[in-house]
Design a protein around this ligand. Structure first.
Ligand code: PMP
Length: 332
């Protein structure tokens, strides 16, 4: 059987037939951390009755580790910042993580070593309400904590730049769901927005707040440049407070000597800005080259954005002495 295929059994009283279907499961590494022990990922299962499956109750993080072939070393990017945010996400839900931040970083390193990771990977910690409870509530439901590892998609976004649609779906406000938390259920709106955008021929969706100003893209924050100033929606604009957003603010100052203003951004500013970018753990920094079919600037990646992309990539791979404190080696 091809590696990328699996057999599917078609049930029935009399006949069980098998069909070979392409395996669309996520390629992943063998070992996961589940409830305190390292297990084969196929043994890391949860019940169809798990609370989180019906109600989206739980929180997750997404970390990135980058392989440096020359140094033969794997570097986690800002693992403490991600786990600290996960602690805050859990707190917002009235939950607690079973480990302190330093323990979570150490467990992640141990997991990457057990999986013998020598390539770019994505690390997915997950705190789920996993108890079999048929009641919509947060209290008195058993939680489960896991960390899994998957290969980083080779080309997650087109480095030549993304074309965005301003979605008809709005970002749900903090008054409906805590936005400083990465809550599983809160990704349904962004998922609808992404599909709307892709089906209409765009790469990505931008979500506005219910008041109509820019919030963010589906899984990344947005920066625009107007003249000498960069602008990004402030933390009061229903955004996730991205770790890459914070890095981008620092790098714009250090690398470009330019300032970033945090304020509300009107939709039409997207149409008239000189340069724009998206940033997040999965996308890194990527040029935003068109919005609603209007070219951003000249419709090509901006020089400054390219500079920031290179600077962050070098820091993530430790190809530079700058911001060594942002990366943690796994093998050393
Ligand atoms: N907004 C949303 C909704 C996200 O899911 C993400 C990805 N975590 C981001 C922004 C970017 O955050 P970060 O840079 O911390 O990955």
């Amino acid at each position: 059987m091809p590696v990328n295929a699996r057999r599917v059994h078609h049930g029935g009283m009399a006949a069980i037939s098998e069909t070979l279907v392409p395996d669309r499961r996520l390629p992943r590494f063998e070992w996961a951390l589940v409830d305190g022990s390292f297990r084969h990922v196929d043994d890391a299962r949860i019940s169809v009755h798990a609370h989180a499956l019906s109600y989206g109750t739980g929180t997750f993080e997404g970390l990135r580790a980058t392989w440096n072939e020359m140094a033969q070393e794997l570097y986690l990017l800002e693992p403490s910042a991600h786990y600290e945010r996960m602690h805050r996400s859990a707190k917002a839900l009235g939950l607690t993580l079973p480990y302190a931040t330093e323990e979570l970083v150490a467990l992640t390193i141990e997991l990457l070593r057990r999986n013998e990771v020598r390539s770019d990977v994505y690390v997915r910690p997950l705190l789920l309400l996993a108890g079999e409870v048929l009641a919509v509530r947060m209290h008195e439901v058993e939680t489960r904590f896991s960390i899994a590892v998957s290969p980083f998609p080779a080309r997650y976004v087109d480095p030549a730049g993304v074309h965005c649609l301003v979605s008809s779906w709005r970002r749900s406000p903090d008054s409906t769901i805590p936005l400083r938390a990465k809550i599983i259920g809160s990704y349904v709106g962004p998922a609808l927005a992404k599909t709307e955008a892709v089906r209409a021929g765009f790469d990505e969706a931008l979500l506005l707040t219910v008041d109509g100003s820019l919030a963010e893209a589906t899984t990344s924050n947005v920066f625009i440049r107007r003249g000498d100033a960069w602008v990004t929606p402030g933390v009061d604009q229903d955004i996730l407070e991205g770790i890459t957003r914070r890095e981008a603010i620092e790098l714009i100052g250090e690398e470009l000597g330019e300032a970033v203003v945090e304020r509300s951004v009107d939709r039409s500013e997207l149409y008239v800005c000189d340069e724009a970018l998206l940033c997040g753990t999965a996308v890194g920094i990527v040029p935003l080259v068109a919005v609603d079919r209007r070219p951003v600037g000249h419709g090509a990646p901006g020089e400054r954005t390219q500079h920031l992309i290179d600077a962050l990539a070098a820091i993530a791979r430790r190809d530079t002495d700058r911001h060594l404190d942002w990366t943690t080696p796994v093998w050393r």
